[in-house]
Design a protein around this ligand. Structure first.
Ligand SMILES: Cc1cc2nc3c(=O)[nH]c(=O)nc-3n(C[C@H](O)[C@H](O)[C@H](O)COP(=O)(O)OP(=O)(O)OC[C@H]3O[C@@H](n4cnc5c(N)ncnc54)[C@H](O)[C@@H]3O)c2cc1C
Length: 397
């Protein structure tokens, strides 16, 4: 039996950031991170857009709004300290139709409420920043940037080791039992801890159900597919070009993003994945799929939003339709400019009533904190989320 003060399940950025912040504040603790894959950051964290979000979009006062802004600064500092390539290059949010203008006003107000600097720009300024972007107005957000969250996680794992913690990869947690301590069974030996934090991303509900069987949230996997601009067309985009989000679906809407390696990614869309780790249409897991289809929340979601969903499927199956969505932002992009790029799968928590949970969510039992919803911008906000979880653990220590 391996004994630690605190075991953290999940070697994505939320689990690693939590372990990192815990050891930074309480170096005397023994902390072990358990990750089922052979390396850290193999799921959401290693398949995202790499954007350092500014915190502009989120409902003022929400965890997302509070933790994205403080988390972004902490992440930039982490990148500086650990020599991780990053660039606070700023982004433009582009209004392409009249309907977008009042939404841009709302965003500007939100930015002010969240303490994020954002400036309205006219077409002339937009053209100076992004000569190939179309638009009738825009919002410039200087605090947004880019990094490589896989690199960030590898640096976090090294720092955790340097502070005396352990990151055990190739260790799948199969059972968590809470008593006077917590016993964790894995494919790589059994563990015991005073406290446990689960940060299981696409499996977070299953991990939570081990110690909190009444947990109502369920994870639905939504694949986000990307294309990349062919190298000779990278000049079409300088930094980050985003559409004005639909307030009902703030996570939808393909954007163009410069990655830290210089490539330009276009996407992601959002389609129901046929497996929790379903990165392609061919990845099908009947257990995962039947869980979604037996969930009344899914049917309510499908009934209410089928039109939006069909649009996303259309863009998934037709490259032409995907390009059409991009051309609204950058008209010069053509079908032949795009090459397919690996997809990511979002872990989206859905309530029993079928609503998509927007904010970060965690729940607690006496000895376990379960992170149930950590969607975008959780990579940006991870160090601040880690601090918030460390604060929760303090009540149980
Ligand atoms: C397509 C896409 C684009 C995104 N773009 C951005 C962006 O630009 N900026 C941003 O800030 N955020 C972005 N996000 C969101 C961000 O990537 C996630 O919010 C963040 O990575 C969540 O981290 P996590 O640690 O919770 O989950 P994950 O990275 O999924 O990690 C969970 C880990 O738990 C492990 N695990 C699960 N079950 C077990 C078990 N039983 N035993 C042991 N280990 C287990 C998994 O193997 C995995 O490594 C994006 C997400 C996606 C999918």
């Amino acid at each position: 039996m391996n004994k630690s003060d605190i075991v953290i399940v999940g070697g994505g950025i939320v689990g690693l950031a939590t372990a990192h912040q815990l050891l930074k504040q309480q170096p005397e603790l023994s902390v072990t991170v358990l990750e089922k894959e052979s390396a850290v950051a193999r799921h959401q964290t290693g398949h995202n857009s790499g954007v350092l979000h500014s915190g502009i979009y989120y409902k003022p006062g929400s965890r997302k709004a509070l933790l994205a802004t403080s988390g972004r600064s902490a992440m930039v500092e982490f990148c500086q300290t650990h020599n991780i390539a990053h660039d606070v290059c700023g982004k433009v949010i582009v209004a392409t139709q009249d309907l977008d203008l009042p939404r841009l006003d709302v965003l500007e107000e939100r930015a002010a409420a969240n303490g994020v600097s954002a400036r309205r720009i006219d077409v002339g300024e937009l053209k100076e920043m992004e000569p190939n972007a179309a638009g009738i107005a825009g919002l410039h957000v200087p605090a947004a940037g880019i990094t490589d969250y896989g690199e960030v996680c590898r640096a976090m794992a090294t720092a955790i080791g340097d502070m005396g913690g352990t990151v055990r990869t190739g260790t799948r947690v199969t059972s968590i039992k809470e008593g006077s301590t917590v016993r964790i069974e894995t494919t790589n030996g059994d563990f015991e801890a005073d406290l446990v934090v689960t940060c299981g991303g696409l499996h977070s509900d299953r991990l939570a159900l081990q110690t909190a069987p009444d947990t109502p949230e369920r994870i639905m996997p939504f694949r986000g597919e990307y294309f990349e601009l062919a190298p000779h067309r990278r000049h079409l985009v300088n930094n980050l070009i985003y559409p004005v989000p639909d307030p009902d679906f703030p996570f939808l809407g393909v954007h163009l993003t410069r990655m830290i390696d210089g490539s330009i990614h276009a996407g992601p869309n959002a389609v129901l994945a046929l497996a929790r780790e379903g990165y392609t249409w061919g990845d099908i897991d009947l257990k995962d799929l039947s869980e979604v289809l037996r969930n009344p929340g899914w049917w309510r979601l499908a009934r209410n939003y089928w039109k939006t969903g069909m649009g996303e499927y259309y863009r998934s199956l037709s490259k032409k339709a995907f390009v059409k969505a991009l051309q609204r932002l950058v008209p010069a992009v053509q079908v032949e400019d795009l090459v397919a790029s690996p997809a990511g799968v979002r872990a989206q928590a859905v309530s029993r009533e079928g609503s998509l949970l927007d904010d970060f969510v965690w729940s607690e039992t006496a000895r376990v904190v379960n992170v149930l919803n950590a969607p975008s911008p959780a990579a940006t906000a991870s160090l601040a989320i880690g601090d918030a979880i460390v604060e929760r653990l303090a009540d149980h220590q």
